[in-house]
Design a protein around this ligand. Sequence first.
Ligand code: AMP
Length: 374
Amino acid sequence: MILPGSTIGVLGSGQLGRMFAIAARRMGYRVHTFSPETDTPTGQVSDLEISASYDDLTAIEKFAKAVNVITFEFENVPTKTVEAAERFAPVRPSGHVLHIAQHRLREKTFLKGRGFPITPFQHVASQHELECAIDTLGTPAVLKTAGFGYDGKGQQKLNIKADAKDAFQALNVPEAVLEAFVDFDCELSVITARGLDQKMVSYPVFENAHSHHILDITVCPARISSAKAKEAIRIAEGIMETLDVVGVLCVEFFLTRKGKLLVNELAPRPHNSGHLTFDACVTSQFEQQLRAVCGLPLGSPTLLRPAAAMANLLGDQWSHGTPQWTKALSNPEVKLHLYGKSDARPGRKMGHFTAMAKTPTEAHRLVAAARAQL
Ligand code: AMP
């Protein structure tokens, strides 16, 4: 058991680490963050910000020796880095979980092998293999890089076979995955926490709308039947157990028009769709991650009001200068979170709004209206 007063090491330094550090410091822990950057969202609210390359194993060893447990907020950390850290402090979730989740092809192969429902896919390592994969899966299809992709980066939709011309070379990676395009009714996610004692706690299902492959608005609970919600949670908890995760895992799903749940992606850490838990649940996903990796009992995931919503704020909102915060906050039910990033590039996640309400639809209206005021 790693008790309050101990020091937690966080690999990565973005907004997920920032909200984790806020939750950890509130409970009396110290936080050290490690990433190649400086003045980071996590570093700004941590006790110590270490800026070094993930390949700098001497710096990683020094970081690991100074903390009681290591977790991460970003899964694209090299395996060698995690192995070096594991020699001096427990890493939770383990390097094994990270290894699977950071590579789309390994993740899909693992899920398929264990019988979890996933989108049909083919491994592609050449232009010729891409054309064969299209013959098998048909079009439309989505070509994705096998590793190190997020928020739709390294993805291309192929509407007809002719779109595949030169598409593999254009990705400029050794391997890729071709997925059948899913005609979905909605996108969902389940966030589950699992403690050292193997007990699991899941949040109500989140319903996610994306824009240009980036999460736009989440509402909770998802507007689906309770049977489907239970099924999604059962699948997510099954994956959590099979992977033996200690920490937090997000499972993203497509719900097809025929009512079938297909796993799209795993993230073995807090997730953008769970940001509303910070304001809207008894225990946030960040506190849950802290409790899990420290061996503490998990907290209640219950919503404080019947429903909640979150709207992302991307750098695009800054294109005409500083957003109109005062106007957007004129509704006292709406909460603003900003991540302390100074460079508002288009598509960059800068912050979010959350609101609670009696229904998911009303919560959605509140956050969308606040954002429209900007
Ligand atoms: P990903 O990075 O794989 O989670 O993809 C980002 C978003 O792109 C998803 O949340 C979907 O909105 C869309 N997308 C990705 N793959 C597919 C697919 N096979 N079928 C339909 N939409 C997809």
